[in-house]
Design a binder for this molecule. Structure first.
Ligand code: ADP
Length: 186
């Protein structure tokens, strides 16, 4: 399923983010940048030790990455040239600014990509694994953040790919995309 917002093609795919051939992939990192399980572990395993070394250098410089923010490294051994490490919020019930922080994690990743002249980027479903953010709500936030950025920054990104790791997650994002399109049509 795909749509075009501004000049950006937004595509939903079922797959593994470590295998994507976009210029950048986004990691659902944690504030320590020291790596973890889930998609973070998979990306570090596939990228090799260079990624960890670059993350350590960023930590030495700025002491990690606050929730809602993102940092960039090379892609190590990945097909992607860059990894953007975005820190999504841990779900605490929805009254701790989680929605805004998740939106900022997407928007700041897109802004970093634009600053580096990156034309294609792939996102995982940030915060919906170990961080337990309800996926239907997270999907709406992800897609509306991508749409807002694409419409406000025409010519920045040619493609934004959302890479879903299970058929169930893929269907949730399809529903969210339909809702976003319905809202757009109003
Ligand atoms: P968070 O801590 O931000 O919740 P997780 O890594 O636990 O991050 O989960 C985020 C999402 O990434 C989950 O939906 C999980 O199924 C998915 N995921 C895990 N491995 C991969 C992968 N290799 N490619 C794409 N998505 C993945």
């Amino acid at each position: 399923m795909e749509v075009t917002w501004g000049e950006t093609r937004v595509v939903l795919v079922l797959g593994d983010i470590t295998e994507q051939d976009t210029e950048a992939i986004v990691n659902a990192a944690n504030s320590s940048l020291l790596g973890g399980g889930g998609v973070d572990g998979a990306i570090h395993r596939a990228a090799g030790p260079k990624l960890h070394e670059e993350c350590l250098a960023i930590r030495a410089r700025q002491g990690g990455c606050p929730t809602g923010e993102a940092v960039i490294t090379s892609g190590g051994n990945l097909r992607a040239r860059y990894v953007i490490h975005a820190v999504g919020p841990i779900w605490h019930g929805g009254h701790a600014g989680e929605a805004d922080l998740l939106r900022r994690a997407y928007t700041n990743s897109l802004r970093l990509a634009k600053e580096h002249g990156i034309k294609s980027i792939a996102f995982p479903s940030i915060s919906t694994g170990a961080y337990r953010f309800p996926i239907a709500q997270a999907a709406r936030i992800a897609l509306s953040a991508i749409r807002a950025f694409a419409e406000a920054n025409p010519g920045a990104l040619a493609e934004v790919r959302m890479v879903l790791y299970s058929p169930a997650d893929f269907r949730v994002y399809e529903d969210a995309l339909r809702q976003e399109l319905a809202q757009q049509a109003q």
